[in-house]
Design a protein around this ligand. Structure first.
Ligand code: ADP
Ligand code: ZN
Length: 743
């Protein structure tokens, strides 16, 4: 509501105009109709009256036929003379049609009011629309009988059709601002918008092109085909870690640049953008535009504008970059496409990977999905022939894949109270002695995931969530990773008051660091987790230390698993390979394989062979078998066979309904009401209600229902009909998550 401002009461309503529909950044079911007294184009940003205020909105259609399945604009039934007039048009570039259609698409797919998608897409922009800088240009008007003084003559000599600011024109001509204004009053100069300097350099497709291997060259050619033809085509680029996937898709980027079109590359983590940018500069000799939520307001505006004008040729960013106003998009790349980080879990719940494909289709662009361990969704699309598939089988430069072996923690346990097995410790000793680097991976922040009273068994729990408090010893606190609640670590048990009875159970990364310091006192240690790396710059510095060999033992959470290239790293130890397998989530195994395979892929990327040790208590689990045999395909086929018969995604469609309320009773009541009106139809099934994965979150009690349908049946119309009559009260609500990532 920040975009609302008081209307000017002196403004007189115009009497004539045409009908336009305007999407405002508010939760209406569709655009609102207004009377346009001026000439407007679809995409124009305008100020419109709304109730007793004004808001900025976007002209959605000037005269449109509505897509089926779409809410009618409010006010459509009103006769023209009763519509309220548009107040004014903003002097900025209109939102391109491909973006407007994308916003409609995302709204319809995620069942979000389109105005809220617009609000998300243009958050900063609408609130803080850039004021254009004005300058002076010479008009066509003749000098006539105006008295031309030497100062005036000088100004007229310097003024041209390229706008110049008052300061610049004054400097050049030696005339004062008053002289310039006088010429404007006389009609010889007029104001015009000064185009801002393009903030991004022009990438050169031929700069730093590598010599590709035969396999790489063949794959690159396949990727370039659709880009050069300028048509929509999705290709899965699968390749073992270190096979040169980035180098290869850079060729498609080059092809797109050569056509004069724009490229969007999505990364799962902002933290990766620095290393990616370095590589991009080496390859193309210019910087890409970087887009993520941490950009300053000024940079955001510049980037937004440069993308709209087309002067930003390549954008690398987080999923929100999908909503940039690309002038002429030719290629969308999703790197590490299997990553669940592409899913937005709050507000508009969309999956960045899936929406990237939609974005490409609506812009007639190509899409490349990149991964060493593709998601089952993408593999299913390959199987059905919707996506093409390109495979890189060899690591670049003859580097071999790391060998992966298990440490059976039942047979080879660590000493009491410790977490690193003798076998893993020996391997680290050997690696460090050879002057190489080792990495310990544990996907758990903090010191210990659970704090327990030895005397009464009391567990320290979050007061707002059904979750344990995690000890962060460095900060002396217990904290909840879900709501951010934190408290000091008590000395005595809050339940039975036994003294000094609280003990940490299980390891977090801080505890592993403590153990490593004792066990490897000579090692030069570096810890990488979101707690130690606050900013992209801190991440870049850590990466530099690793690459330059200033450290030799790296300890990290999932952030170390990402697409880093660490040439000196030869040993990866996974402290708890079983972590993530519990919890009853059907997708847990797939996610664990993808994560651990990716961590493993950090080892041995240069001349020395890499080794990976997985500490596990369940060595016979299919996940461990897949990792040790490096047979990802068999594993995914087994996964597919488990999901196919009962239509779990990707073999059916799924939506989660999260019912939440301030009390457990209210949540149960609403969940029951919803369950009672559940659709009964062939090929449609409703599961639940059951407690949601976090049964209490931030003080709200949560229940979950799952709607599962056979592939050919869309969930959106069913949900719209089903929930249409449900009116939650008393602070209760239903959030819909289409294609939830865990189920
Ligand atoms: P992936 O993305 O598949 O893990 P990368 O694209 O990061 O692989 O490549 C791994 C390393 O090999 C990088 O340092 C990359 O620059 C290098 N590389 C790959 N292909 C070539 C090539 N044809 N010429 C030179 N270097 C290459
Ligand atoms: Zn909490």
């Amino acid at each position: 509501s920040n975009s609302l401002s008081k209307p000017d009461p002196r403004r007189k309503p115009p009497s004539t105009g045409t009908r336009v529909s305007v999407l405002v950044p508010l939760p209406f079911p569709g655009p609102l109709d207004y009377l346009a007294p001026m000439s407007l184009e679809p995409g124009d940003l305008v100020t419109v009256p709304l109730g007793r205020r004004e808001t900025v909105g976007c002209v959605w259609e000037t005269d449109r036929t509505l897509p089926q399945d779409f809410a009618l604009p409010v006010g459509r039934e009103l006769p023209l003379e009763r519509l309220r007039p548009v107040v004014g048009k903003m002097d900025v570039r209109p939102l391109p049609q491909s973006l407007r259609r994308f916003i409609d698409w995302v709204a319809a797919y995620t069942l979000t009011p389109p105005g809220l998608v617009l609000a998300m897409a243009t958050r900063i922009h609408l609130k803080d629309a850039p004021k254009p800088t004005l300058g002076w240009v010479r008009t066509e008007a003749p000098e006539g009988d105006l008295r031309i003084t030497p100062a005036r003559r000088s100004v007229l000599n310097f003024a041209s059709s390229t706008p110049m600011s008052t300061a610049e024109l004054g400097d050049r001509s030696g005339a004062s601002a008053a002289v310039i204004r006088g010429l404007a009053t006389a009609g010889l100069l007029r104001e015009a918008v000064i185009a801002p300097a393009a903030p991004f350099g022009l990438p050169d497709p031929a700069h730093g092109a590598p010599k590709l291997s035969e396999e790489q060259a063949e794959v690159a050619q396949e990727l370039c085909g659709p880009v050069e033809a300028g048509r929509f085509q999705v290709t899965l680029l699968e390749g073992v870690t270190g096979s040169g996937k980035t180098e290869v898709y850079f060729e498609a980027v080059a092809a797109c640049l050569a056509k004069g079109k724009q490229v969007l590359v999505l990364l799962p983590e902002i933290a990766l953008s620095a290393q990616w940018t370095d590589r991009f500069i080496r390859r193309f000799g210019a910087e890409p535009a970087v887009w993520h939520s941490d950009l300053g307001a000024k940079r955001r505006r510049e980037t937004w504008r440069a993308v709209a004008e087309g002067s930003a040729r390549v954008v690398v960013g987080a999923r929100s970059a999908l909503f940039l106003p690309f002038a002429d998009l030719g290629l969308v790349v999703v790197d590490e496409e299997h990553e669940s980080a592409f899913k937005q879990e709050e507000g508009v719940m969309y999956h960045g990977r899936d929406m990237a494909v939609v974005r490409a289709r609506l812009a007639d662009a190509s899409a490349i999905l990149v991964s060493a361990t593709p998601s089952l969704e993408t593999l299913a699309n390959v199987e059905s022939g919707r996506y093409r598939h390109e495979l890189l089988t060899a690591r670049h430069g003859g580097a071999t894949l790391p060998d992966v072996s298990l440490v059976d923690m039942r047979a080879d346990p660590p000493e009491r109270g410790l977490f690193l097995s003798p076998k893993l410790c020996t391997a680290i000793d050997e690696t460090l002695e050879k002057g190489e680097q080792a990495m310990l991976f544990l996907n758990r922040r903090g010191y210990a995931p659970l704090t327990l009273c030895r005397a009464c068994g009391h567990r320290m729990q979050c007061p707002n969530c059904s979750a344990w408090l995690v000890e962060h010893r460095a900060r002396g606190i217990l904290t909840c990773h879900h709501c951010g609640h934190n408290e000091r670590i008590p000395k005595d048990c809050p339940e039975c008051h036994a003294e000094n009875s609280l003990v940490p159970i299980g390891p977090g990364i801080e505890r592993i660091t403590e153990e490593a310091k004792l066990r490897f006192p000579e090692a030069k240690l570096l810890v990488m987790s979101s707690d130690t790396l606050g900013s992209p710059a801190a991440t870049a510095e850590a990466v530099r230390k690793i690459t330059d060999g200033e450290v030799n033992l790296i300890i990290g959470t999932q952030i170390v698993a990402k697409g880093w290239h660490f040439p000196k790293l030869t040993l990866v130890g996974v402290v708890d390979a079983d972590l993530g397998l519990g919890g009853g989530d059907l997708r847990a195994a797939e996610r664990t394989v993808q994560l651990l395979h990716q961590v493993a892929g950090r080892a041995g990327r240069a001349e020395h062979r890499g080794h990976v040790l997985l500490q596990s208590y369940v060595g016979e689990h299919p996940v461990m078998t897949a990792l040790v045999s490096n047979d990802f395909q068999t594993f995914m086929e087994q996964e597919a066979e488990q999901r196919r018969p009962s239509f779990w995604p990707p073999y059916g469609r799924l939506a989660a309904l999260i019912v939440s309320a301030p009390s457990a009773d209210a949540a149960d009541a609403l969940a029951r009401e919803i369950a009672l009106s559940a659709p009964e139809r062939e090929g449609v099934q409703v599961l639940g209600p059951a407690p949601a994965p976090l049964a209490v979150l931030r003080g709200r009690h949560r229940r979950r229902l799952l709607l599962r349908t056979m592939r050919g049946i869309a969930v959106q119309p069913i949900l719209r009909q089903w929930l249409g009559d449900i009116k939650p009260t008393g602070g209760a609500k239903v959030d819909i998550d289409i294609d939830p990532i865990s189920f």
